[in-house]
Design a protein around this ligand. Sequence first.
Ligand SMILES: NC(=O)c1ccc[n+]([C@@H]2O[C@H](COP(=O)([O-])OP(=O)(O)OC[C@H]3O[C@@H](n4cnc5c(N)ncnc54)[C@H](OP(=O)(O)O)[C@@H]3O)[C@@H](O)[C@H]2O)c1
Length: 317
Amino acid sequence: MTDKHSERSLTQARVFITGCGGMLGNYTYPFAKQICRTVLATDKNLTEPWLEHLDVRDYAKLSQIFKEIKPTLVLHLAAETDCEVCEADPYLSWEVNVRATREIALLCRNYSAIMVFISTAAVFPGEQKAPFTETDRPSPTMSYGFHKLEAEHHVRSISDKHYIFRAGWMMGAGPKKDKKYTAKILRQIIEDRPVIYAVTDKQGIPGYTKDFARNMLAMAETENYGTYHMVCSGGVGTRYDVAKEILMVCGRTDIELREVDSSFFDKEYFAPRPSSEAMVNVNLNKIGMNLQRRWQDVLREYIPAEWPHAIGQAQST
Ligand SMILES: NC(=O)c1ccc[n+]([C@@H]2O[C@H](COP(=O)([O-])OP(=O)(O)OC[C@H]3O[C@@H](n4cnc5c(N)ncnc54)[C@H](OP(=O)(O)O)[C@@H]3O)[C@@H](O)[C@H]2O)c1
């Protein structure tokens, strides 16, 4: 956050963050804390000393927080992000991803707070080959995507002052918190698996929660409310391409990367993911606020910084 204007206008903000113990919250909290007047960071699990307890399904507590701190900016990061959990338990997914978001949007409207909601590339159907823009028509294929899209509708219709940022395949926050694809590949590398399997029939664009947090906060005060795609540059890749780049960064030429299609992981990843989750940041580009780096460069920063033990050849026994 080097922009002088950003620092000036966020300094007076009273910020309330939900789901701040996760991959995105991990960087959002320190950035917000550096700049903003007050920051209340919450999550349902207290994994950090700076977190306060809040399950976003507790509406009485949500109301109490709004009453007490009268937030001017709400960063609603809490979500059930596991696509298989959402598929197996759609009611849980709906309660966390839709109902709580609607409740927070209503409170934001009542208190004139700016609302930031994080959505996903999984709102798109995935058949199209070119990356999705903000004007492409969403049509999700699985519970997680359906519920994120339903939540987007609530945020748009309830809260005038809102930002919806759609994220891609994010990485971030290191071994303790990263539960997504990059972490899954890195864990197999650390375990010295001789072969790693990666699919070639799913494409997307990685994102880095550190850059996402910076970009989100920089946007939060522009008053350019609306819907934005927020993924790295560096081009569209398949899961296989991303795994190949990770292996390269780790210098693990001894591990074989084998191409498979999604049917290989049918049992483990049974949620019907779209074949393409690739997006392009048209709206951020239009206003000169696209702060996203190339995903290949981001991997070269993220892995040595957070996963140094994944780098280097396997120890010979
Ligand atoms: N990571 C990605 O690739 C990705 C892609 C697209 C969109 N997004 C969106 O980005 C936002 C931030 O996600 P993230 O990447 O930081 O994922 P994350 O690490 O799963 O963070 C979400 C946080 O919300 C918490 N949470 C879940 N249910 C809650 C509840 N009922 N009340 C309060 N907190 C709850 C989670 O706790 P537990 O970990 O204990 O469940 C977790 O700490 C989410 O809205 C997500 O949908 C993420």
